[in-house]
Design a protein around this ligand. Structure first.
Ligand SMILES: Cc1ncc(COP(=O)(O)O)c(C=O)c1O
Length: 395
């Protein structure tokens, strides 16, 4: 077999989403794109801000050679300085460009930090349901992902359960707020409890635990609730950020990793992550996108687009008798399936609705509905949802 055992295992594990993707394409061919309600992928649909497009054109027309050449593996200093200033202003912090490494989206930021800290068999804890790629990334570096079920605590991490799971092999904890797929924002209090637990366990086992705060949905918040700045609350935390969702630039692949000076071995860690950027083959983040972020560090998409979809879907699904939390951020609804998960997915498909099963997020009995689709898709899907509800005897 030419495919490695590890990849082979991963391919079979991913089969549900691949199948959904292929089945979606087949349905679209059969019924037409507009008659298939594809809520499976978290592909941002809000318009890119106009000022961003203008800035992109200006950067290209400047015709400066340094825009397109190799650079430091950490990225352009000016870009990192511009981001540091923006973050300092928002969160009253005092970072400088050295604390930031520009990355190929959040995905590569997660990969470089994990590559830099994991030895074979090291454990990384996260709270389920979780972004399905965490497992792949941890296993890329021969680590072991340990997940904690939060479905019994309203998808809020319980520090007591975390304490029971930490061992001398624990190297990192990944947290994600606003959360994919639940849409929940972790409060200051929750983060403080996590910090207390980590401090206690680190002392008990004489280890350092890095908390990786994965924040691609930070700017997608629909409620009057603060998304706390994690390094202020949890010791030895680093931040992973992405412009995929905040600027609808998912295909352009741009984000960053922040390692504060207060983080244990910060200098060594910054050096290791910079080298890891090269070692995983990214070399540096796309230069044109870095130039863009440098001039527009605070730009954001208009999130009222997602908010409208969130409100319509939540209200209509609730009326039909479905159970779910009202998402506070992100662009997903995590819906409790009224019947067995796979049967529910099949019923949805019968009415041309595509979702992703909770099992893919290690939390069965749910489906994820990605509402980052057009308003028409949402409105046109409602009759199909009604028919599904009827078949599940909800109405
Ligand atoms: C929680 C979470 N982390 C990371 C990523 C990866 O984002 P990026 O496109 O920036 O690599 C995603 C993408 O959907 C995500 O949902």
């Amino acid at each position: 077999m030419i495919i490695s055992n590890k990849l082979n295992k991963m391919l079979s594990g991913n089969s549900q989403i691949r199948r959904m993707f292929e089945e979606g394409n087949a349905l679209k061919k059969q019924y037409g794109e507009d008659r298939v309600y594809d809520f499976s992928l978290g592909n941002p649909n809000a318009k890119i801000p106009v000022k961003l497009k203008q800035a992109m054109l200006e950067i290209i027309s400047e015709d400066r050679a340094d825009t397109h050449r190799y650079m430091s593996n950490a990225g352009f200093e000016k870009t990192r300085e511009s981001i540091a200033k923006s973050i300092n202003k928002r969160f009253n912090t005092s970072y400088n460009y050295n604390n930031f490494i520009m990355t190929v989206g959040a995905a590569s930021a997660l990969n470089i930090i994990l590559k830099s800290i994991l030895n074979e068999g090291d454990e990384v804890i996260c709270f389920a349901p979780y972004f399905l790629e965490y497992k792949t990334y941890v296993e890329n570096y021969n680590g072991k992902l340990i997940s904690i079920d939060t479905s019994q605590t309203g998808f809020i991490p319980d520090a007591k359960v975390l304490e029971a799971v930490i061992t001398e092999k624990t190297k990192a904890l990944i947290i994600n707020s606003p959360n994919n797929p639940t849409g929940i924002i972790y409060s200051k209090n929750v983060l403080e409890e996590i910090n207390k637990c980590i401090k206690k366990c680190a002392k008990k086992y004489n280890i350092d635990i890095i908390t990786i705060s994965d924040e691609p949905y930070r700017e997608l918040v629909y409620v009057e609730k603060e998304v706390p700045w994690v390094p202020d609350l949890i010791e030895n935390s680093v931040v992973v950020y992405s412009y995929s969702k905040s600027l609808s630039l998912a295909g352009e692949r741009i984000g960053w990793l922040l390692i504060p000076d207060e983080c244990v071995c910060s200098k060594e860690l910054i050096g290791a992550c910079t080298v890891s950027n090269r070692a995983i083959g990214c070399v540096n983040a796309p230069s044109l996108m870095q130039k863009l972020i440098e001039v527009c560090p605070d730009a954001k998409v208009d999130i009222s687009f997602y908010d409208k979809n969130r409100t319509v879907l939540y209200n209509e699904l609730k009326k039909l008798g479905f159970e779910m939390l009202y998402p506070e951020g992100g662009f997903y609804i995590f819906l409790k399936t009224p019947i067995e998960e796979q049967s529910f997915i099949e019923k949805c498909k019968k009415y041309r609705i595509l979702t992703v099963g909770g099992l893919a997020f290690e939390c069965s009995g749910y489906v994820r509905i990605a509402y980052c689709v057009s308003e028409e898709t949402v409105l046109n899907s409602l009759e199909s949802f009604r028919l599904v509800a009827k078949e599940c005897a909800l109405i």
